[in-house]
Design a protein around this ligand. Structure first.
Ligand SMILES: *Cc1c(COP(=O)(O)O)cnc(C)c1O
Length: 387
């Protein structure tokens, strides 16, 4: 018996307090970037232990501004896993530089630092590790190799708000980019935050996200602001986060600990339930000490009897939603056309890319919902056996 209502793979945990906070901003007379955005930036900086945080319209916008600030240019290379969201590579392409994709470890779907080191060339400028699904990469190894080769390290922390590596929050030690898209652990509807320890980089990101002007509108128009005359010091973009969304971010962020704890409970329960189903392969936890943010519950469907797509369709018929995180970037049409990473070049990534899907995982999900997912998985696999 399948469930009667559709269970999406992710639902943002919005409550009355979140709604009230947004309504208050709407009534306040100031809805775009202002005091709430500044408070949200401070909350993130304090939480991760970084001196600087800059809020933007998305994580992608954050990476775009960081990449511009680094001066990425044609001929430069940026090493990243192909198992990530396409924005990581797109930004590099848009600046005329080249993403260089490395393979991931099949068990964790994290890129080993050794794979990154093997891909370093004289043109390498930066490394973009991805803390996949909420588990951290081996940051000590990444830092060692970045220092050895003189490379910039920027962490894609879109999945990793609350993730810890060896007792420190992701973002506590370098430049990291968080996303607050609705499927992420907490949300601002759309939004991102760049945290960093380098004041110059921070100032550059702050300028680039707002036309290349060093002051936010709030600084210019508010009573205690610096005045309405402004100066563009370089061409920039329009990527600021409005107060309307930052207010949501603040009330969401207050729930992060509770939400991540609930995600951890559900993930541990999935692990126990799937231990009995050999065709469902969840991710292994990395070997180094860490706290996992459990952003996604990714499994690989490894069965000679059915494809991932048939599996996903079977779950949908039974009212269970799934996500795909991710189709490997080098297998997308644009990146295939470049011919630089033909199919077959990243075998572990491709093995995962063909088999993976994300099962429902969000804080408001109940054990009964989870039992429905596992029952549907069992049914789909059993039915495939009979065909
Ligand atoms: C969500 C995500 C991003 C981009 O974040 P946006 O806020 O949607 O731009 C980048 N990398 C990864 C791995 C993501 O999952």
């Amino acid at each position: 018996m399948s469930r009667s209502t559709f269970l999406p793979f992710s639902v943002p945990g919005i409550d009355a307090e979140d709604i009230q906070a947004v309504v208050e901003v709407l009534k306040s007379g100031w809805i775009t970037t202002g005091p709430r955005t500044a408070a949200f930036e401070k909350a993130i900086a304090d939480y991760v232990g970084a001196p600087y945080a800059c809020a933007l319209s998305s994580g992608t916008a954050g990476w775009h501004c960081v990449a511009l600030a680094l001066g990425l240019k044609p001929g430069d290379e940026v090493i990243m896993p192909s198992m990530t969201w396409v924005s990581d590579a797109n930004v590099v392409e848009l600046l005329g530089a080249k993403p260089v994709f490395v393979d991931v470890d099949r068990a964790t779907m994290l890129a080993p630092a050794a794979a990154v080191e093997a891909a370093v060339t004289p043109r390498t400028r930066a490394i973009l590790p991805v803390h996949f699904a909420g588990a951290p990469v081996d940051m000590d190894a990444y830092r060692t190799l970045a220092e050895k080769h003189g490379l910039v390290l920027v962490e894609d922390a879109a999945h990793a708000i609350g993730t810890e590596y060896k007792g420190k929050k992701v973002g506590a030690q370098g430049t990291a980019i968080f996303s607050f898209h609705p499927i992420k652990n907490v949300t601002t509807a759309e939004g991102g935050v760049v945290v960093c320890h380098d004041e110059k980089l921070y100032e550059a990101v702050k300028r680039l996200k707002f036309h290349g002007i060093a002051k936010d509108a709030w600084d210019r128009y508010s009573k205690k602001g610096a005045g309405t005359v402004l100066e563009v010091v370089e061409p920039g973009l329009k990527y600021n986060m409005p107060d309307l969304l930052a207010a949501l971010g603040l009330t969401q962020f207050a729930k992060l600990g509770r939400y991540n704890a609930r995600r951890a409970e559900l993930a541990a329960r999935y692990d126990r339930l799937f231990a009995e189903i050999p065709e469902i392969l969840p991710l292994a936890a990395p070997a180094w000490p860490h706290a996992h943010a459990h952003h996604l519950y990714v499994v690989r469907v490894d069965s000679p009897r059915l494809t991932r797509d048939a599996f996903v369709a079977g779950l949908k018929e039974r009212n269970v939603g799934t996500g795909i995180h991710f189709k490997a970037v080098h297998l997308h049409a644009y990146y295939r056309r470049s011919g630089r990473f033909p199919p077959g070049s990243l075998p572990e990534t491709e093995w995962c890319s063909e088999r993976l899907c994300s099962l429902p995982l969000f804080p408001a999900m109940t054990e009964a919902d989870q039992d429905d997912v596992v029952a549907a998985v069992r049914e789909v696999l059993a039915q495939a056996g009979r065909n």
